[in-house]
Design a protein around this ligand. Structure first.
Ligand code: RIB
Ligand code: CA
Length: 314
């Protein structure tokens, strides 16, 4: 029995972030959540940090430490996604306002101090939103890059192209300068792009399986995915909402559900039409050194089997 993977979740909840956090908290034997750092993204920071606490309480884990991080990208104006996630960022279910406290320490300080204090190679960072907090931590303490076990992030797109512009995925687009710093930091990086998350569609039967759990968590997840499905159905005509961020947590639990390639990925930060694009050298034509494992395939049935079973434990 290996010891649990110790992680920091960096997040902008967001219904799909919420499901990713629930999946992690439902798996304490495999995942030890050292803390959750909120970042501005889907909705502004006061809402993302509140939503992170709401989700911890929904999971019955008011002991989890939640920190507020950066409230805006490194250099750009914040772009949010209320059109997808609703005004609160967690539209869909009626959820209790949190009673658990927000930690006083800034999220970026928590990331830096944790990586400095823990033995090298023992902490995994799991960014689920714009990479502002991670980049700010690397700027403040560049030496932490060598202490990170792995960065497993949701972001980017290649064959699946963009969702916020024709070329860019939302998390990268919101703070491309931050993404550029992270992808160049030298830590091992595993990327869950739209190329795989668009295979994780919450079809009707899958949504019904959440609801059939009959628990507050199961029903809330069914209501969350019902809500943000409407946007994706109109936009993609897809058979259901893509569960982007839970792909990160599922990878920690069952990496065999995913397949990808170790390639060079660079971030476009100046393109008139392509800013925020993850330029993945999938065919290795650039000669640039590989710096990330970029996922391209998902066993969707296996993913939903894992997710539903684990959510049933909460
Ligand atoms: O493009 C999808 C990503 O943007 C997800 O992380 C979603 O939560 C939003 O942050
Ligand atoms: Ca997110």
């Amino acid at each position: 029995m290996t010891s649990p993977r110790r992680i920091i979740i960096d997040t902008d909840p967001g219904q799909d972030d919420a499901v990713a956090i629930l999946l992690a908290l439902a798996s304490p034997e495999e995942i030890d959540v050292l803390g959750i750092t909120a970042v501005a993204g889907n909705v502004p920071l006061p809402l993302t940090e509140r939503n992170a606490r709401i989700v911890c309480e929904l999971a019955g884990r008011p002991d989890i430490r939640v920190f507020a991080g950066c409230d805006a990208p490194l250099k750009r104006k914040l772009v949010t996604a209320e059109h997808v996630h609703g005004k609160t960022g967690l539209d869909g279910p009626v959820l209790q306002m949190p009673e658990m406290p927000l930690q006083a320490v800034h999220g970026v300080d928590f990331i830096v101090e944790t990586l400095r204090a823990e033995p090298p190679g023992t902490v995994t960072l799991c960014p689920l939103g714009p990479l502002t907090n991670i980049a700010a931590a690397l700027i403040r303490a560049p030496e932490i890059a060598g202490r990170i076990r792995e960065i497993v992030l949701m972001g980017g797109a290649y064959f699946e192209v963009g969702n916020i512009t024709p070329a860019a995925e939302f998390n990268i687009y919101v703070d491309p300068e931050a993404a550029d710093i992270v992808f160049k930091c030298g830590a091992p990086i595993t990327v869950m792009p739209l190329d795989v998350t668009h295979q994780a569609l919450v079809t009707k039967p899958r949504n019904e399986a959440f609801r059939a759990l009959g628990t507050p968590v199961g029903v809330a997840v069914a209501e969350m995915t019902d809500f943000f499905e409407r946007f994706d159905r109109e936009k993609y005509g897809s058979a259901g909402a893509p569960l982007h961020d839970p792909c990160v947590t599922a990878y920690l639990l069952r990496p065999d559900l995913f397949a990808g390639r170790h390639v060079n990925v660079e971030i476009e930060t100046e393109g008139r039409l392509t800013t925020g694009m993850t330029v993945a050298d999938w065919w290795r034509v650039s000669g640039r050194a590989p710096n990330a494992t970029f996922m391209g395939r998902l066993d969707a049935d296996g993913f939903f089997e894992l997710l539903t079973e684990r959510l049933g434990r909460l």
